[in-house]
Design a protein. Sequence first.
Length: 383
Amino acid sequence: MDIGRAAPVPEDLIARAPKVLLHDHLDGGLRPATVLDLAREADYRDLPAHDPESLATWFAEAAYSGSLERYLETFRHTVGVTQTASALTRVARECAEDLAHDGVVYAEVRFAPELHLSLGLTEREVIEAVLAGFEEGARLAAESGHGIRVGLLLTAMRTATHSRQIAELAVEYRDRGVVGFDIAGAEAGFPPTRHLDAFEYLRKENAHFTIHAGEAFGLPSIWEAIQWCGADRLGHGVRIVDDIEVLPDGSAHLGRLAAYVRDQRIPLEMCPSSNVQTGAAPSIAAHPIGLLRRLGFRVTVNTDNRLMSGTSMTREMHLLSEAFGYGLDDLQWFTVNAMKSAFLPFDERLELINERIKPGYAEARAEFARRLSQGQEPSHGDS
Ligand SMILES: [Zn+2]
């Protein structure tokens, strides 16, 4: 048996294997207990539940409504309790620690500074509080044997008008932990081309950016993000499958846009559970990631909002391993894809691939082989 293809991979092995995360929202990943603590400190009275478990359930249920607009509503609470520097630092610290303990070795976490100004912080204070939290979290994680690097992406809201100002902050802080820029929020009626000024500025400054596109909206949104705005990566991009025709014999015909995305190796930041929650994909088993992986698109696996989806990188990969029969070879492929697509200097990406990712998966394969030779077969057979 080829051990790299054995599936499903046990969840604890995936947890120990190195993972790379490019699409994770800071305000979508709070610990439920922390939301409660921060609400108490801030005298925030709008929370719909008052113990960590029922709060976690409330977030997941609200997020499972099937609409992107309602999904975004859950952020009113996480954003509502993170309006001070100490709250932001705590949330960022816990984010780095949680990701590190989940086996993530490199993460790009994003948030929108403009949503955290209601108690008088400036955008710079907000950014510095979050960067301090990442640094502290990474240090604490390293002390417990879980090395992680965390880069920050500054998000501008597509419904607002200060994207240029946020883009300038991303450039100002690029040597202090900010690695790129993003546009997020409801797609309907707010095309990324409203923010051309920001994208032109970033290109002029040789800076990196990704755009949420092709999640709720289809091909025009993906086309605009790439060809008009010049995005380096696509947040989600699941609707690119609308430009792919699968023929009865299983072969596929790519339209011009899909072919361009594949030829240019444009990374797709796919978030399986989140896409099912917002209705961008019908189920994990029917998620376009299966087709796109088969066709060799630069696919990456991500969490999007760990709190709202009740998920982690380990869980997302485990769900895919079960649904598509992905073995450790596939999981390594996703991980290397993500590392190659990171907004980090080339030499540092290479170092993480060679020093952490490849040895980590070699170790996981050896451990899986050892278990299988002892008769602990995968629970649902091979792929
Ligand atoms: Zn997102």
